[in-house]
Design a protein around this ligand. Structure first.
Ligand SMILES: [Zn+2]
Length: 218
């Protein structure tokens, strides 16, 4: 099996992460769940996103066994695999170290869903997972717990996880988390941000899931 389309999508997303300023150099990582749980396609460890070719990507099974690829997989493979095992709805995972969101992760405060797009795509505030060392199963377990049923979470003193029903959505989650963190910090300089009610956030999430874009109104 060569899974060419998925490999191209993943490589393209890696370049977008760099272009959007969500990662520096080789940090961060991306994965896609292959159809019918045939495996998880993941970025190699420590390679420049602009130098990754399809043959550099690694395919793992959900337990972490290498099914395809010669490279060492991402050092955060446990994080990706644990999310896929716990969240059947998740088809892609993007992990970034973007600065504004990481500022919240450093003070260990959730990013409030202050604006419509974040409330819609994440499904509420972006919570902070308990601290654990990078690359550990403990980090993965804390991330899954804090993610709960939502689409984004912060890793304490570390960075951001965005998940999606496809890779485009997972990338958008990371992008909107960073944008909202920036808005939150700027808004604090101007005054006290007015928070949206839980009910309003729920309505926005439902609207996104069922009526957003070109979906037919029912
Ligand atoms: Zn990281």
């Amino acid at each position: 099996m060569n899974w060419r389309v998925y490999k191209e999508e993943l490589i393209h997303t890696g370049k977008e992460l760099v272009d959007l300023g969500l990662v520096a150099a080789t940090w961060g990582n991306i994965s896609i769940r292959l159809p019918k749980n045939q495996g998880v396609l993941i970025t190699p460890s420590g390679m420049d996103y602009y130098n990754i070719n399809p043959e550099d990507l690694v395919v793992l099974d959900l337990q972490g066994k290498v099914l395809e690829g010669e490279r060492k997989p991402s050092s955060e493979k446990l994080l990706h695999l644990t999310i896929y095992r716990h969240r059947p709805d998740v088809q892609a995972v993007v992990h970034t170290h973007s600065p504004y969101a990481t500022a919240y992760a450093v003070v260990r405060k959730p990013i409030p869903a202050l604006v419509e797009d974040l409330a819609q795509i994440v499904g509420g505030d972006v919570d902070v997972a308990l601290y654990a060392s990078p690359g550990t199963q403990e980090l993965a377990d804390h991330a899954v717990n804090a993610l709960a049923g939502k689409m984004g979470v912060l890793l304490a003193n570390h960075g951001v996880i965005g998940v999606g029903r496809d890779i485009t959505e997972a990338l958008r989650v990371c992008q909107l988390i960073e944008k909202t963190a920036q808005i939150g910090i700027m808004a604090k300089m101007l005054g006290e941000p007015v928070l949206l009610s839980d009910n309003e956030k729920r309505i926005m999430r439902q609207a996104y899931l069922f009526h957003y874009g070109q979906k037919e109104e029912k």
